[in-house]
Ligand binder design. Structure first.
Ligand SMILES: Cc1cc2nc3c(=O)[nH]c(=O)nc-3n(C[C@H](O)[C@H](O)[C@H](O)COP(=O)(O)OP(=O)(O)OC[C@H]3O[C@@H](n4cnc5c(N)ncnc54)[C@H](O)[C@@H]3O)c2cc1C
Length: 320
């Protein structure tokens, strides 16, 4: 009986969501017993480092099949490792890749699937998980009754814990991989920026910024604070900003230490992706904007007057 984690990488480094998933797996294993095994595909520069987050063992899968992400191939290979190593609790982060394999893995392992899980399971009687539903406005408590349980955890919903240990690393050669039904022809990646899901500070802006030509102020504040930039859905729909910056129900879920929202009304669909931020600061010229109800600090004012002052203050604080 093992707890097995899907360990995702970006540029050969484990993603923050992977470290959360491994930490989560360790907590689960402390309740259910069993080894914590992380499965790493496509290459990572330091597989043993996952031991620090709670993995006892890291199993790596290499080969041309794993060079680019394919849901069918990754799910099949991952499920094979889970079967071989007696995986009973399977942890996958609900990232874009995680979402596209979790259902497949549950089917391949004939297990129960719970997505959007936001907390550790309650194992006092059975195995109950807490899921975020209705865009994070409500929670559902689900009893997972099958032998194999696939848990897809929402990124940024649990803390990363370190244990100061290292994991043993071994390789696995999968058999009978399926042919991928799709082929990635090319990829475009945003480089040189702090990944939004991993940023401690996020400066985000909405339609109140009036147009893409005014985003230099948002970027200046982000640069001064060492922050990532984000935006509301209409902003990315109008191509003022790339879709990779869209946060909310239909975008990315984030949980930075500081979320600064400028000229964003605070619609429920936007809050769904940002309301777990530790501190929320809202700048809006309308004192009745719904976002103020979710804010820790609010500035009622015109963004075009407030932003230059914030940039100046952030630059001054960075140099002092
Ligand atoms: C199914 C569904 C899913 C959705 N998913 C998402 C999602 O994932 N993410 C998301 O963001 N939205 C989502 N939406 C859209 C959401 O309902 C809102 O329409 C959207 O968030 C509004 O974006 P906004 O706040 O930028 O724009 P607006 O609603 O137009 O608000 C602009 C704000 O800027 C303020 N403002 C204007 N000028 C200034 C100024 N000079 N200085 C300061 N403040 C100013 C205004 O007072 C206002 O509060 C979804 C909607 C649906 C129906």
């Amino acid at each position: 009986m093992s707890v097995i984690i899907f360990a995702e990488t970006r540029d050969q480094q484990y993603k923050k969501s992977t470290l959360e998933a491994v930490s989560y797996g360790k907590e689960v294993a402390q309740k259910t017993g069993g080894k914590v095994i992380a499965v790493s595909m496509g290459g990572a520069s330091d597989a043993a480092s996952l031991g620090n987050y709670g993995a006892d063992e890291v199993i790596t899968l290499h080969g041309a099949e794993f060079a680019t992400f394919s849901p069918e191939v990754y799910a099949s290979a991952f499920a094979e490792v889970c079967k071989t190593h007696g995986g009973k609790t399977i942890i996958i982060s609900n990232t874009y890749s995680g979402k596209s394999i979790s259902g497949r893995v549950a089917v391949l392992l004939q297990g129960a699937l719970a997505t959007n899980v936001v907390d550790y399971p309650d194992t006092t009687s059975g195995f109950r998980v807490k899921r975020g539903v209705f865009s994070g406005k409500a929670f559902a408590y689900v009893d997972m009754q099958s032998d194999v349980k696939v848990i897809a955890i929402t990124p940024n919903s649990v803390e990363i814990k370190t244990h100061g240990t290292s994991a043993s690393v071994s390789a696995h050669q999968p058999t009978g991989l399926p042919t991928s039904a799709t082929k990635i022809e090319s990829t475009q990646t945003v480089s040189g920026k702090i990944p939004l899901t991993e940023a401690e500070i996020v400066v985000s802006a909405g339609r109140g910024m009036k147009g893409p030509e005014n985003w230099n102020m948002v970027e200046d504040l982000a640069t001064a604070l060492g922050a990532a930039t984000a935006c509301s859905k209409p902003v990315s729909d109008m191509h003022w900003r790339p879709h990779s910056e869209h946060v909310g129900q239909t975008g990315i879920t984030i949980k930075p230490n500081l979320y600064i929202a400028i000229g964003i009304s605070g619609a429920i669909q936007h809050l769904a992706g940002v309301s777990s931020s530790k501190v929320i600061v809202v700048v809006n010229k309308d004192a009745e904007a719904p976002f103020f109800k979710a804010a820790d600090y609010g500035i009622v004012g015109d963004a075009f007057e407030v932003l230059p002052k914030l940039i100046q203050a952030a630059k001054a604080s960075a140099t002092s």
